[in-house]
Write a protein that binds this ligand. Structure first.
Ligand SMILES: C[S@@+](CC[C@H](N)C(=O)[O-])C[C@H]1O[C@@H](n2cnc3c(N)ncnc32)[C@H](O)[C@@H]1O
Length: 319
């Protein structure tokens, strides 16, 4: 019996045994594959369970006897839920009923039913949730980016990302002397907003992009091809490979700020490792009070540049 578990996190895959002891869920018994969109989740599941895990932007083809889907408004956007449910419906030939399909919904019954009804009630309709939108920084023609549900930012540019792109483009364009090429690392690139804007505004920028989310990597790869801006795009949750240590002139990062700055720390550790002596690290945050002391642990000084209601934190990597 081949089973696919969609969007379960490591913590969802425990149950209590007869004497109350915590153990891996019986869902993992047999020929079960877990699908995740973010490589961080893959590593978390592999660390805590014996499980086969696939991390990819779309669900693996199967064939599957059974699919279980974990979702709810606090777990993912409605668009992503619907997009994944459409994929599941295709994989099961439209059979979205037990025993082949289980919707493990965290939330209100009426929201659960409304989600199911959108696909079951209209089986012939396949919605395309990708979006194309235009964005720019001062001095360049707008560029067009494509994004998908689950990838950041979807449908419109994020103001923090735009603030970062504007500051970095302005500063690099104003440099009086600089090498012919500048190696720029865009960590947590999402669909590539910051990196592609800077590379469009500043000549000679050589891009490396990293994101832990497979749909971000999918979108950034598509955007690189569509824009004709070459970039090495890496799926990783622990920064760049060792071979890239000390090779970057510029680091840009708009990290997520949930989890008490732990992810921001991973970004800054990577910046410290990846930058050449004399390289510059730029991060962006709404309010600098929380991030500033974290950035100061990696770099001796932090300059705050205000833009679009955000703070861009700039640090020089001294040798
Ligand atoms: C706030 S979004 C910024 C996206 C884009 N740079 C922008 O400004 O629009 C943060 C991004 O970091 C990614 N991310 C989260 N943890 C990560 C990690 N450990 N390594 C790499 N990327 C990560 C997320 O998937 C997301 O795309």
């Amino acid at each position: 019996m081949s089973t696919l578990l969609v969007a379960y996190r490591a913590s969802d895959l425990f149950e209590r045994g007869r004497h109350g002891a915590k153990r891996s869920s019986s869902l993992l018994n047999g020929d079960t594959t877990c699908h995740v969109l973010d490589i961080y989740q893959r590593h978390a599941i592999e660390k805590t369970h014996h499980a086969k895990v696939v991390c990819s932007p779309h669900l693996p083809d199967g064939p599957w006897d059974e699919i279980h889907f974990k979702t709810g408004p606090k777990l993912m956007s409605g668009e992503l839920s619907l997009d994944l449910l459409q994929e599941i419906s295709r994989l099961l030939g439209g059979d979205l009923k037990p025993p082949r399909f289980t919707l493990d919904f965290e939330g209100k019954e009426r929201d659960r039913n409304a989600l199911l009804e959108k696909v079951v009630g209209d089986p012939g309709r396949v919605r395309d949730f990708s979006a194309k939108w235009r964005t720019s920084v001062p001095g360049i023609e707008p560029i067009e980016l494509t994004s998908f549900p689950g990838c950041f930012c979807h449908r419109r540019p994020d103001d923090g990302g735009l603030a970062l792109a504007e500051v970095v483009s302005r500063e690099l364009s104003a440099l009086e002397s600089r090498p012919e090429t500048l190696n720029l690392l865009d960590m947590g690139c999402g669909c590539g907003l910051v990196g592609f804007l800077v590379a469009s505004a500043v000549k000679g920028v050589n891009l490396v992009m990293v994101d832990s989310h497979s749909r971000a990597v999918e979108a950034a790869t598509l955007n690189s091809n569509n824009l004709g801006i070459s970039a090495e795009i890496i799926l990783a949750d622990n920064g760049t490979p060792e071979r890239m240590d000390g090779t970057f002139d510029i680091f840009v990062g708009n990290p997520p700020y949930y989890s008490d700055y732990r992810i921001a720390e991973v970004f800054l550790e990577t910046a410290k490792r990846a930058l050449k002596p004399g390289g510059v690290c730029y991060t962006v945050v709404k309010n600098d009070a929380g991030l500033r002391p974290v950035q100061e642990r990696f770099f001796p000084s932090v300059e705050v540049i205000h833009r679009r209601g955000y703070c861009v934190l700039k640090s020089l990597n001294r040798a």
